[in-house]
Ligand binder design. Structure first.
Ligand SMILES: N[C@@H](CCC(=O)N[C@@H](CSC=O)C(=O)NCC(=O)O)C(=O)O
Length: 278
């Protein structure tokens, strides 16, 4: 039985924005997550939409910058925003922003020293939903979305576990971590140098193996500073086309990689997930 404490609770669009903390058995550390409870959650079961943030983020970035609560209240969706890695003094870290704490990449690490704590895939797929959904009025319907590293996480998680989700979407995702510097660095550290082990964590590879077809949407700004070096959405487009996996990829002129882009389209994503989760 996990004990979860409420660290903060604010009224927001007639619902509640909370930050909760619990001891994670999977990650072997204390973890925080944001949970937004829309007004409907006090009257009836609501679907739960999980947001995965990108490099350098905590549970705070999404809840303070995306402006998502207005739309979650409108559509009766519970929003959950976890941290991006295990945390704490006992958890291995790296001085670089793109490895270690704040950069868990949503994989289950197999290599020392990371494997003792960095099991973000299992945390997001299994432990966190158990913790959250046993304490809120959940309809049992779930969606997942994310940004950049978190977009990669959302895609891989939904492609590998379509039984768990009704829909998946991403803002500016890393779609082929095996082929770009952020991903190659993280996968080498967490999984080792053998690229065969990387396939399970690469959305383009997983599209090729997918048997189920979830509603899949990606939004990408064309002024994104990481577009050519780290993101390369054309790789996902090609993989989906080859696999016959329907993809709704929308490109937006002038938008960069920031939360200003996310805030501009978050309402569309939440409405889209709400329809799929109903
Ligand atoms: N060069 C930056 C890189 C960090 C960054 O841009 N982080 C993004 C996600 S990038 C991919 O996962 C982000 O969401 N930042 C938080 C925010 O609130 O904008 C650096 O050195 O920090």
């Amino acid at each position: 039985m996990t004990t979860t404490s409420v660290l903060s609770r604010q009224r927001c669009f007639d619902g509640w924005q909370e930050v909760r903390e619990h001891r994670s058995a999977v990650l072997d550390c204390t973890m925080r997550f944001g949970v937004y409870l829309p007004p409907q959650a006090s009257e009836r079961p609501c679907p739960v939409l999980y947001w995965l943030s990108g490099l350098t983020c905590t549970e705070q970035n999404f809840i303070t910058k995306a402006g998502a609560q207005r739309y979650a209240a409108e559509h009766g969706v519970i929003l959950v925003a976890p941290d991006t890695s295990p945390r704490g003094a006992a958890v291995p870290d790296d001085p670089a922003y793109d490895l270690g704490q704040g950069a868990g990449f949503y994989v289950n690490a197999t290599q020392a020293p990371w494997s003792s704590h960095y099991c973000m895939f299992d945390y997001i797929v299994d432990e966190l939903p158990q913790v959250v959904e046993s304490s809120v009025s959940s309809s049992g319907r779930r969606g997942i979305f994310g940004h950049s590293m978190g977009g990669h996480g959302a895609l891989v998680i939904a492609l590998r576990r379509p039984d768990r989700y009704a829909s998946v979407s991403a803002f500016s995702p890393i779609v082929a971590p095996s082929e770009v510097p952020w991903g190659q660095k993280a996968l080498t550290a967490y999984l080792g140098a053998d690229r065969v082990a990387w396939r399970a964590w690469d959305a383009c590879e997983q599209v090729r193996l997918a048997t189920a077809r979830l509603p899949l949407r990606v939004d990408q700004g064309d002024a994104d500073e990481f577009l050519q070096t780290q993101l390369q959405p054309e790789r996902l487009e090609a993989a989906c086309r080859a696999a016959g996996y329907p993809l709704d990829l929308r490109r937006h002129a002038g938008y960069d990689h920031s939360y200003y882009f996310i805030a501009s389209f978050i309402g569309e994503h939440i409405a889209w997930h709400a329809a799929a989760m109903s």
